[in-house]
Design a protein around this ligand. Structure first.
Ligand SMILES: [Zn+2]
Length: 250
């Protein structure tokens, strides 16, 4: 399960400074100073500064176009997480993506969907995979999910929850392993992530976490074998999610 941990501090404006980069030959700093220089101090200045900030986000190429309900993985159904549980970003351009983090929900599929829709939860992953193999995407891969209690890992990882309890090996079904492996293979292919245990890790392996998922029963050898097989297999038609997977979609 995700937790917020240090990620809550990640909303500090200072963080944005690390994302500075040239746009059409004009650095963001130059753009801001240029915009700020033409206005006087006071409320108007604040309004104009906000306007300039918004203009920054409209510069072509800085932020990719988005459509409501758009998916990064064709085998998923979209259900939006609460915006309190993730941070808008423009990955992999602002933060490179080089990790997949595996979680186990410690609850049912529906309860995981519910808590990710709850703004008070302050945590979520990009995907949830059910024991029947269904996949829901709740956060775009462009964005940073508050999933691992570690800001830098959150910024460069895609997170996948799996329905079940860490102390119940029977929860980790064949359908879930195979479906999750297809999803992870697709993530690895899109961001050129090596399929190995350095880049596909458990929440428990994230520095600073107090979480133990996916637990001792998660079969890493089996999972990596399935991911490698999915990575080399010819593309198969996207699985059709049961109707219940789209319940409560926003
Ligand atoms: Zn977790």
């Amino acid at each position: 399960m995700g937790n917020n941990g240090s990620t809550r501090a990640s909303r500090k404006p200072s963080e944005r400074s690390s994302r500075k980069k040239p746009v059409g030959g004009v650095s963001r700093r130059a753009l801001l100073i240029g915009g700020g220089a033409v206005v006087a101090a006071g409320t108007v200045a604040v309004l104009v500064r906000d306007e300039v900030k918004r203009a920054w986000w409209r510069v072509p190429g800085v932020e990719k176009p988005r459509k409501a309900g758009e998916l990064d993985y064709a085998g998923a159904t979209w259900v939006a997480a609460s915006e309190a549980n993730w941070r808008r970003a423009d990955r992999p351009d602002d933060f490179g993506i080089d990790r997949v983090i595996i979680h186990v929900t410690q609850g049912s599929f529906d309860s995981a969907v519910r808590v990710f829709q709850d703004p008070a939860h302050r945590a979520a992953t990009h995907y949830i995979v059910g024991q029947d193999g269904r996949v829901v995407q709740m956060i775009r891969e462009l964005d940073v999910a508050y999933q691992a209690g570690n800001r830098s890992f959150n910024e460069r990882a895609v997170g996948i929850e799996h329905e079940g309890f860490v102390d119940r090996p029977k929860d980790l079904t064949k359908a879930m392993y195979e479906s999750s492996a297809r999803l992870t293979a697709s993530i690895c292919a899109r961001y050129d992530i090596p399929i190995d245990r350095e880049h596909i890790i458990g929440h428990v392996e994230v520095p600073g976490t107090d979480h133990t998922d996916p637990g001792p029963h998660w079969d890493w050898d089996r999972y990596l074998k399935l991911v490698r097989r999915a990575a080399t297999a010819p593309p198969t038609p996207a699985p059709t999610a049961p109707a219940s997977a789209s319940a409560k979609a926003e």
